[in-house]
Design a protein. Structure first.
Length: 197
């Protein structure tokens, strides 16, 4: 089983990365938060890896932190959730918000994640609330963005990635001004592009 990869990042997209480790290129599926944390191509990168073995395939899922990988493993323990859905769930909300929504069984918030319907949202809360109760949450935001909006969620994701709140809010607001109908994923990607300038 592969548990960690460290090498040169050859290329990355919001859903996958290619890392050269000793001349072998490993293609790894990643959540949006990990994509944001990756260095530019050509630099060294390290990913915590979950190896998923099926009879017809071997898939690697990579994460910027061991906590993110642990949460991925807990999501896989929920009946009806496979690796692809678990990755989508991890990409759908900032990690502290996702954990909070699961622990408090906030079905409405969980249902905002693409591909997560009411039944799956209920199952996440029922099966994981006790397992995740000891995880720490990020400090409360002092943002002026509308509560519960995609813009606020995008800001939370950027702050969790290490950006200063004021800087991240400015990038989210600029992205919103340019494209008011942006969904969460588009807002995060647009803001990240601005922050990288």
């Amino acid at each position: 089983m592969i548990g960690r990869l460290s090498g040169v990042l050859l290329e990355s997209r919001p859903d996958r990365a290619l890392i050269d480790v000793g001349g072998v290129g490993y293609e790894v599926a990643i959540p949006l938060g990990t994509y944001s944390a990756l260095p530019p191509p050509g630099e060294r990168a390290t990913l915590h890896v979950h190896t998923h073995v099926r009879e017809d395939a071997l898939q690697l899922f990579g994460f910027a932190t061991s906590e993110e990988r642990a949460l991925f493993g807990k999501l896989l323990s929920v009946s009806g959730i496979g690796p692809r859905v678990a990755l989508t769930v991890l990409s759908g909300l900032p990690i502290p918000d996702l954990v909070r929504a699961i622990v408090t069984q906030d079905v409405r918030r969980l249902s905002t994640i693409p591909g997560v319907g009411k039944r799956l949202a209920e199952r996440l809360g029922l099966e994981l609330k006790e397992k995740l109760r000891d995880l720490r949450f990020a400090p409360a935001s002092s943002s002026t963005l509308p509560k519960g909006s995609a813009a606020e969620d995008a800001l939370g994701a950027l702050v969790n990635l290490g950006y200063r709140e004021a800087q991240a809010q400015e990038a989210v607001e600029a992205t919103l001004k340019e494209s008011p109908s942006s969904d969460l994923s588009a807002l995060i990607q647009g803001a990240l592009k601005r922050l990288a300038r």
